[in-house]
Design a protein around this ligand. Sequence first.
Ligand SMILES: C[S@@+](CC[C@H](N)C(=O)[O-])C[C@H]1O[C@@H](n2cnc3c(N)ncnc32)[C@H](O)[C@@H]1O
Length: 309
Amino acid sequence: MRSARPWREAWHDALYGHDGFFLREEPAAHFRTSVHASTFFAEALVRLARDRGLRTVVDLGSGGGELLTAMREHSEPGELELVGVDIARRPLGLAADIEWLRDVPATFDGLLVANEWLDNVVCDVVQLDSDAVVRFVLVDPETGDEQLGEPCSDPWLSRWWPLDGAGVAVPGLRAEVGSARDDAWSAAVDHLGHGVAVAVDYGHLLQTRPPLGSLRSYRDGHEVSVRPDGSRDVTAHVAVDAVAARVGGRLQSQREALAGLGVAATWPDAALAARDPLAYVEALSRAGEAVELTACGGLGELWWITAER
Ligand SMILES: C[S@@+](CC[C@H](N)C(=O)[O-])C[C@H]1O[C@@H](n2cnc3c(N)ncnc32)[C@H](O)[C@@H]1O
């Protein structure tokens, strides 16, 4: 393979390089996050900001600005200063009073949110070879074909994702080196003076790391073969316990976090169906949204990493 490169480099160029996936595409056209599933998600974050007396919300990796748009609709006029941060251009039609920046403000007090951002922070991919040596995985961006490269001795691996767990080194075991995610979220949280930082993402814990890693690609709403060629998203679940330890954060499932912020599926009384069929259907649909956001095997299994400053 002439053009095989370390995963981290190829992944970066595919998503963020010249004409990269996220500079070109609208995330909502390719995948559905909690933000798209229901405004309950935004309402819960409005409640969190309100409960803590926070007036500024910075949404890192804001995509199409959907979260901030919904938070604007579900808060009092002028109650919250809303700031979207993304490498992508300001979305067309975004309300004029929502600020749009390329970088997190140098320092601010408020609520910092990053929903499904960390899984797109690129990192090295490593694999155990047949001599039990951990090596960087190289990938050909055009084909997705892989080969092993130089040995990797990142201390993060022995602490957070040992590939010889229980003393058994099985060739082929893989890991995504999460130090890049720890660094990225810690750097973002450093911008917060007083307030709360919430990162929400799919992830795993030390006891439940996926043995073959979790690299995936999505395009047009479907999972497709993993390839860092810029035509598709590339994502990997987050070692959330490592990120939480780095920022001194608390870990909760989305199911638990949203329940604490008042999101619950309230099924309408069947009598409403006869009295006011439209209201009944609307109430059913809202209950369905709450179920989707908190479902086992789905969005409910996202992790919330909450840190106070
Ligand atoms: C999976 S999308 C999530 C969008 C949105 N948060 C949602 O829940 O629908 C990830 C977003 O993070 C943005 N992004 C990735 N790295 C970034 C960075 N370093 N700074 C700002 N935005 C970034 C991408 O452009 C993309 O819009």
